[in-house]
Write a protein that binds this ligand. Sequence first.
Ligand code: FES
Length: 147
Amino acid sequence: MKDTFEPVIVCFCCQWCSYAAADLAGSMRLSYPTNVRIIRIPCTGRVDVKFLLSAIEDGADGVFISGCLLGDCHYRTGNYFATKRVAFVKNLLEKVGVNPDRVEMYYNSSAMGPQFAQTCRDFTDRIRKLGPGLRAVAPAPARNAVD
Ligand code: FES
C-alpha cells in the first residue's frame, strides 16, 4: 500500500512572493509534484491555525505555508505570525499523536522559482515517507454549510 501511496498536500502560498515563485517555476518549465495543491492567499499572516488543522482533518496528508522571506513580508509581519502558528500547530499535532512533520513553514521570494519547486519535491518526499495521514484512519467528518 505504501509503495503506491500518493500524498495530498495543501500549500498556502502568499500572492506576492511564493505564488510568484510557483509561477516562475512554471514559466521555467521546472517540474514539481502534482500532489501539491496551491491555495493563493494575500499574505501568510492570513493563515489561521484552524486552516492548517482543517486541512489535516479533511484529508490532506501534509500542509505547508510558503511566504515571503523573513523581513520581506509586504504587510511587514505576516510571515512571522505564520511561523508562530506553524510552530503552535506542530506542537498541537505532537500532543494528539500526529507527526508534526506533516506541517511546515517555508520562505520563497518571487525570484526563487527553482527553490519553490525543490521545496515541493522535498516536502512531498517527506510526506511519502510518513505515509497516509488521518484519512487513512478515519474519514473526514461531515461538515455543514456554516462551518
Ligand atoms: Fe508574503 Fe506577507 S505578503 S508573507
